[in-house]
Design a protein around this ligand. Sequence first.
Ligand code: ADP
Ligand code: MG
Ligand code: MG
Length: 281
Amino acid sequence: MLKIDNLHAEIDGKEILKGLNLEVNAGEVHAIMGPNGAGKSTLGYVLGGRPGYEVTGGSVMFHPARHAGLVPASASPQAEALADKQTPAQGRGDDHGWVDLLELEPHERAALGLFLGFQYPVEIPGISNVQFLREALNSQRKARGEALLSGGEFLKLARAQADGLGMDQEMLKRPVNVGFSGGEKKRNEMVQMGIIAPRFAILDETDSGLDIDALKAVGEGINRIMRAPDKAVLLITHYERLLEIVAPDFVHVLAGGRIVRSGGIELARQLEAEGYAQVAA
Ligand code: ADP
Ligand code: MG
Ligand code: MG
């Protein structure tokens, strides 16, 4: 579903990602761990298309289809137009549906099913959570040629997702993240993810600053929303606790702008016990 090949990226002329390789198949959850400043958030931003993050080498190919190799069930003229932006990639063979992610605008990436959960969710005064989310969802549905949700339909969906994450429904009416505690913001990110129902989620330290109950709610939310044969997750985290709930298929260590180790959950347990300096050296 995602093929990152020899990715180099810089911020303000400083190289942060230095030849990163990673492949994620549909149905998989990959955890990315690594020391502060390793480039984990940079990877998330580059995949999301944040301005200021300049890709200087390598490629990122994305396959938004339900299962790798199949044409999306919801393929619309617009989605196909996006897919037509694809450039030939090595190893693409006659497999259809690979798109060059780096050529797309952030909103085009979102319309193809990419979701980025921020390490530091932004506050948006003056726009309620429901207004914001309905606009986000409907603009993506429009880009895919799908029917738009009415106010009533949307509210039903939003309430169900808030309930699923144990978030007070009153928070749906409040301005986006304004005055929310750190843990409430992270829970709100998961409510957003439940509403948007992405194909590929990149979650940047969604577990940081959560109390034990919120951590459990977020972990179970990730499983409920994203554990499916046609979806995949990149889960950036410092803590093994979340991984005990989500049970990633792979654990990678990102250090110095590259993936330096890969393994299963035992690698996360080893990191927790021994630290990065020991394991990633
Ligand atoms: P991580 O998420 O792994 O902790 P980041 O991707 O946030 O690391 O940061 C990687 C490196 O890039 C760090 O050394 C950080 O200081 C640097 N960096 C991040 N943003 C900027 C910026 N806007 N300008 C310059 N350097 C930056
Ligand atoms: Mg950090
Ligand atoms: Mg970070």
